[in-house]
Structure formats: C-alpha cells, structure tokens
Unconditional design. Structure first.
Length: 409
C-alpha cells in the first residue's frame, strides 16, 4: 500500500516542484478545482500592476498606441504552442461561448447545401445553447442534432455541415481522439469544431497534425488566467480569409481608424476581433502564460498521469466499492481530472471543502477533482484521499446543512 513517505519521495524527484512557488495557495488547503478556476500566480499580479500603474495609470489613452491593440494577436501567438498551432492562427478575445458563436455562424456559411450540425448530447450546456441560437440565425433551416458521441460515425452523412465536440468531457474527464474524430468528420465532407476548454494546459494538443478546422477554449481553468478570463479562438491558416466573422466589429476592420461605414475584414486572425479588448484581463493571462514557458506540455502530462494514477489507486485501496469511477483508466482516454460517482456526491464535496480539500460537484452525482501539475504535490493527493476516507467514515456528508444545494456547485 502506498504511504505518505512514498509520496514525499515522488515530490523530491519532481522536476516541476519549483513551479508551486509561483502560485498563491492557502496554507492548509488542497486545491483540486483548477479545472474550474486556476489560482493566482505571482506573474499575474505583477503584470496586472504594470498595466494599472504604468500603462493605464500614467499612459492613459496613449497606451492604446503602445501595444494594447496588438494584445489579442500577440497573446494568441503565445498561447498557440499549447494547442499545437502555428503563429498567426490563434486570437485571444471575448469569451468561449461568444467565440463559438462566431465559428458556428461562419462555418455554416461554408457548407450552404448542408443542413445538420452534430454535437454530443453530454456536451457542456452553454455550447448547445449558443449552437441552437446560431442555427436559428443561419438564414436557412438548420437542425442541431445532439447524439451519443460514440455513434458519431453512423450519424455522419452528406447533409452534415459541422460537428462540434468538447475534447475533454467536463463531467468525466474523458479525453476524445482529436485526430481520429477530425479525420472521420472530414471524410464525410463536414467541418470540425473543437471546444478545448478542459484540454488546454492540461493535455498536449496538436491541432496542426490533426488537421482541425476551428477550435475555441477558455483561459481561466488550467491556464490560470483568472475569473472570467478571455477565451481564445483557432482558425486554421487555410480557412483565414475564407471563414467570415458573422459578428464583425470595428477592430476587425481592415482600417478601423478610417471609420468607414462599409465593413472590410482585416487580414488573418484580426478579422475575428469584434470589440475593444479587455486590457486588464489580457494582462492577467499574459502573466499566467509565463509559467508554461518554464516547462513543457509533455512534462506536465507525465506528472498529470502520475497524480491521477495515484489518486485512483488510493481511492481503490482505501475506499473499495464506495465510489464508482467514471473517469477512464486508460491514459490515452484520461485528461487531468478524476470523477467519482456517489449518490450523496454534493454532500461529499461540501464536507471535503469544510476540511480544506477543494473539489466540485456536477449534477446529478459526480464528485469532480482536478489535478494541475504546476502546483499540486503527490503528498497533497495522499492527504486529500485521507480526508475523503474520514468524510465517508464519519458520514459527515449526511449533515443536514448539505440537504439544500448552493446556487454555485
């Protein structure tokens, strides 16, 4: 049986151990919710203060001419290696849902003789909401069909315009085959759009090798860009100038300061900028990306698998039969979170939070734990399982306070 000393020995050999010092973490807490909101880093605080004190504070409006306008594309180029994209293929702006609207709307224009969009019935609800809205606004009858993703191949035909899937299931942590699914969709003549919200910064991605058409993601989870941090959009180089932004704005214009009434799209990813970027939010993400330049996604992935392997093994050892594991055991199908099913899942998570182990709950019965290798230690995993054991032994999760769910779970 694995001991805490065994875990401490793993920490002593951990090549990422020094990165933990970059983050503001609360003493006595074990943070297993970085798949929902990443913690604050020192570089984020520094970069925001630079913008507040020097650029906004002293430069005022002049700072728009000293780099602010270029931030969406500059940060896109910084983020691009994390998804395997080339320079000039990624833009940071807006939010994930807003960016999905742009991509869905534009993609439907590229397949005018096709009338079906496919997505996963278990997809994140916001993706489905915005796709339904864009299908209604398409100017022709479009059916959004929610399917079991395992039946995708049988659903593909010459009426499918677009397939949208989330590469990592937000509930279970299952990682989908980026390249294999994209190839399958292309073979049917359809376009492929990926939501990378739970992938970016957690697992190595290569949208170039997979021949992905379009993708979008957020930066407040594993990228640690802060609450409400901007999203990012990927458009493969071959589609730039072809895919049209259905929500154009003045900063996506070829000559925004000519103030022309007729819209002419800028070249490249700039065409997907709609409105003025949130400079303070972009500064936070700029600082957050610094830590990724001190490591590689391959090293992050290796530690992620080791952490999740340890957690799963300890839960099986200490709590046999208590939880149902819904996260795949196979490494190629597992991202960087572990989901455990229990009838009293909400109470379990609330009881753990009171004991300083921060996870989250997803309806109807999933206890979700995120493992971010940049700051999480092996001893943290061991100690977290110790607390889960105590919660279950004492039946703390049955406390009457947990009968009523909070608005945010």
């Amino acid at each position: 049986m694995t001991s805490r000393d065994d875990c401490a020995a793993l920490d002593a050999k951990d090549t990422l151990a020094a990165l933990r010092e970059e983050f503001q973490l609360t003493e006595g807490e074990i943070y297993l919710d970085g798949n929902s909101l990443g913690p604050l880093s020192k570089t984020v605080r520094t970069r925001i203060n630079e913008v507040l004190d020097d650029q906004w504070g002293r430069g005022l409006v002049r700072s728009w001419g000293t780099g602010w306008m270029a931030q969406p594309t500059r940060l896109g180029d910084r983020l691009a290696p994390l998804i395997g994209a080339r320079p000039g293929e990624v833009l940071v702006a807006d939010t994930l849902t807003f960016l999905l609207a742009k991509l869905v709307g534009g993609a439907l224009q590229l397949r005018p003789n096709r009338h079906v969009v496919l997505t996963d019935v278990a997809n994140f609800h916001s993706d489905i909401y915005i796709m339904e809205a864009m299908c209604r606004a398409a100017g022709r009858p479009i059916t959004l069909k929610t399917i079991d993703r395992d039946s995708l191949e049988s659903e593909l035909n010459d009426d499918v315009a677009l397939v949208e899937l989330t590469q990592v299931d937000y509930r279970t942590g299952e990682s989908l085959d980026l390249k294999g699914i994209t190839t399958l969709v292309h073979d049917a003549g359809a376009l492929m759009l990926w939501d990378l919200a739970h992938s970016t910064g957690a697992v190595p991605l290569n949208v170039e090798d997979a021949q992905v058409d379009f993708a979008a993601g957020c930066s407040y989870k594993y990228l640690n860009g802060g609450p409400g941090a901007p999203g990012f959009v990927y458009v493969r180089k071959s589609w730039q100038g072809v895919l049209q932004n259905p929500l154009p704005g003045w900063l996506g214009h070829a000559r925004p300061f000519d103030f022309e009434l007729a819209y002419e799209a800028a070249e490249g990813m700039q065409a997907f900028v709609t409105s003025s970027p949130s400079i303070i939010a972009l500064a936070a993400l700029d600082g957050a990306l610094d830590v990724f330049e001190r490591t590689t996604m391959e090293d992050i992935r290796a530690k992620s698998l080791a952490l999740t392997d340890l957690f799963i093994a300890l839960v099986h050892e200490r709590l046999p039969g208590v939880f149902q594991l819904v996260t795949p055991l196979e490494h190629e199908r597992r991202a960087s979170q572990v989901a455990l099913r229990h009838d009293e899942g909400y109470g379990v998570i609330q009881a753990l939070i009171e004991r300083g182990v921060i996870g989250d709950f997803r309806d109807p019965d999933i206890c979700r734990f995120g493992f971010t290798p940049l700051y999480l230690r092996f001893v943290d995993v061991y100690d977290a399982v110790e607390q889960i054991v105590e919660v279950m032994r004492t039946e703390h999760y049955l406390d009457e306070r947990f009968r009523v769910r909070s608005a945010v779970t």
